[in-house]
Design a protein around this ligand. Sequence first.
Ligand SMILES: CC(C)(COP(=O)(O)OP(=O)(O)OC[C@H]1O[C@@H](n2cnc3c(N)ncnc32)[C@H](O)[C@@H]1OP(=O)(O)O)[C@@H](O)C(=O)NCCC(=O)NCCS
Length: 219
Amino acid sequence: MARLVIFGAGDIARLAHHYFKTDSPHEVAAFVVDREFKTTDIFDGLPLCATDELVARYPPSDYSAFVAVSYARMNRLRQEKYEAMKAAGYQCVSYVSSRCTYLSTTPPGDNCLILEDNTIQPFVTIGNNVTLWSGNHIGHDSTIEDHCFIASHVVVSGHVRVGAGSFIGVNATLRNSITIGPQTLIAAGALVMKDTAAGGVYFQERAKRAPQSSDEIDL
Ligand SMILES: CC(C)(COP(=O)(O)OP(=O)(O)OC[C@H]1O[C@@H](n2cnc3c(N)ncnc32)[C@H](O)[C@@H]1OP(=O)(O)O)[C@@H](O)C(=O)NCCC(=O)NCCS
């Protein structure tokens, strides 16, 4: 069991607190944000401190950390805060829901948030600082690199590599054996059938000969 400090004071921090409190051996002691974002002394019933006082009040020898911020700037904010906490000497812990089906024998990296109803198949590798919101399927032999954020009900088929810092929107589907370049943004509901370029944005492609009206379809 670790005593934890959560970086962040927004929805994701509040949810991370809930998950750690109700479904982990860890105890959350406080929240921390950069001083310019500290508008109160209490967040979600716990002390809220500024980063410039963190080490003195909650030293890394006694506390671990969890960075719980959004995917802003294509996950670069999450990456920066994660790296800053590690540089300050904190060990970052991961949360894996007891309601996740985790069948890979390789544990996820640190600072991961893996919520309920994810299916992680055998031989999957999950890097550091990865968020898998609820209900995704990560197919066998796939790799999710560091700092990725995968929203809900995404299907990552087998033998897929998702490059670092990518964001995959709700209900997207990735076919098997493709490589998603680093910092790819896959829009909600997109079907991705080929490799993607680093930094690209991918939407659902409309079928070339799609009917314009449901009356044109003989169901
Ligand atoms: C890709 C995305 C980031 C683009 O956001 P945006 O820049 O704010 O785009 P907008 O919502 O202004 O939409 C711009 C246009 O693209 C279209 N569009 C947006 N997202 C789309 C999608 N997923 N599929 C198809 N078309 C889409 C919009 O209809 C709009 O078209 P229009 O100009 O003809 O009306 C966003 O649509 C998306 O998919 N976000 C992910 C949502 C998600 O998964 N949330 C879960 C978070 S936990």
